[in-house]
Design a protein around this ligand. Structure first.
Ligand code: SF4
Ligand code: SF4
Length: 395
């Protein structure tokens, strides 16, 4: 199966196969903590519906300490990048300090996504940055929906102060598609002090508070061939988890459940995440087989309504239906499918973990499975796709 041309969801750039694989690989080394849904702002496009009245959602400090104690294990396991989001993560200041200091001490790079309400002056912004020495990457949000709450001058102050203190600053710009006049003005404002490469643009999503925004529909079947581009597992403030920081970030009805992060080692959870048959199938193949399985179960494409252009607009239509999610997760868990997806993840994303886990499990159970010999040979042969033939038809 061949994948459709894939556009990077933030920059809008058409990706080569190598760039696509590199983007997809982020999930293997990246972990996000959503610290709170509290936020001094109440933006009309907020995908997690954050706001000032949600302080009760904030991750308790002792839970943050519990996660912080696991940072050396996470580094050893392979996590290299830890992100903090919310809400406004700087409202959970103590938790942010504890977690980022522990992650940085363990050797990981830390990033935070913030609306920069705190950058009231250079002096105050410098104090905030100096108080969080473990955070190297500062993602500063700017768009037409933040503007009524945080003047764009504060964005510039936060950006310039971060740069002056040797940190990496990224301007996270949510825009309409096509861009409005104000979107274009904001982009020009950013370009007056930042490089184009420092602007991380993404379209405003019809999720959360903006769920009534129109969705761009596809004119063909290409959506099915696009892969899930999750940047990795999200640990929420309450110990629950999300498979991505996009359309399912605050959604509870999905099949990607890994228990309670407060009572399981994070390394174990992440290993389960990277071996989840349905999720990994969506990452390496896309939604084509999923749609085919649904059709075999009597669900017509027409009954799903117009097909969105963006796979993250399509995904919730499928995975938030409990019956469909259970059926799909079950089919994806068949031994043959686990081996096939495991081989693809190993060969295309350089992620051998799922395959190695499946091979060991089936070996221990003495199961006879078609294609097992090839799978076992690949699983025992490390992770370099160049070493072996690709093993499966191209994606
Ligand atoms: S979009 Fe960001 S800044 Fe705005 S309410 Fe949501 S979390 Fe807060
Ligand atoms: S919404 Fe679905 S397809 Fe998009 S990143 Fe999340 S899990 Fe993947």
């Amino acid at each position: 199966m061949t994948q459709a041309a894939v556009i990077e969801p933030r920059s809008g750039v058409l990706l080569t196969e190598r760039q696509l694989a590199s983007l997809q690989s982020a999930a293997a080394i990246h972990l996000t903590f959503n610290l709170t849904l509290a936020c001094p702002l109440k933006c009309a496009h907020c995908i997690v519906e954050a706001g000032p009245g949600l302080r009760h959602t904030t991750m308790p400090v002792d839970v943050a300490r519990h996660y912080a104690g696991q940072m050396p294990d996470l580094y050893e396991y392979g996590i290299r990048l830890v992100s903090f989001t919310g809400g406004e993560p700087l409202l959970a200041r103590e938790q942010l300090e504890i977690l980022s200091a522990a992650a940085a001490a363990a050797g990981m790079t830390c990033g935070v996504v913030t609306a920069a309400h705190w950058a009231v002056s250079e002096h105050v912004a410098a104090r905030v940055l100096d108080g969080l020495p473990g955070i190297q990457i500062w993602d500063i949000s700017i768009d037409a929906y933040h503007e009524p709450y945080v003047g764009i001058e504060r964005v510039r102050t936060a950006y310039q102060t971060a740069k002056a203190r040797g940190r990496e600053a990224v301007l996270r710009f949510a825009h309409h598609e096509p861009m409005t006049e104000r979107d274009r003005e904001l982009k020009a404002f950013m370009l007056s002090f930042a490089e184009e490469s420092e602007i991380c643009a993404q379209k405003v999503r019809s999720v959360g508070r903006a769920s009534d925004l129109p969705i761009l529909n596809s004119t063909d079947d290409s959506t099915f061939a696009k892969p899930c581009l999750t940047k990795g597992l999200v640990i929420r403030y309450d110990g629950s988890m999300a498979p991505c920081c996009i359309s399912l970030v605050e959604e509870r009805r999905h099949p990607f459940q890994f228990g309670d992060a407060r009572s399981r080692p994070l390394t174990e959870i992440h290993a389960d995440y990277m071996a989840h048959p349905l999720l990994q199938m969506l990452r390496v193949i896309g939604f084509g087989p999923v749609m085919q399985w649904l059709e075999e179960a009597g669900v017509s494409r027409e009954s799903l309504g117009p097909m969105p252009e963006d796979v993250c607009d399509f995904c919730p239509k499928i995975v938030t239906n409990p019956q469909w999610a259970e059926y799909l997760a079950q089919r994806a868990s068949s031994p043959e499918n686990r081996l096939k997806v495991g081989i693809l993840a190993r060969n295309f994303l350089n992620e051998p973990g799922m395959l190695q886990r499946a091979v060991k499990e089936f070996q221990d159970q003495g199961k006879q499975i078609e294609g097992f010999e090839l799978a076992a040979r690949l699983a025992n042969h490390g992770a370099d796709p160049a070493e072996e033939d690709r093993g499966c038809a191209s994606r």
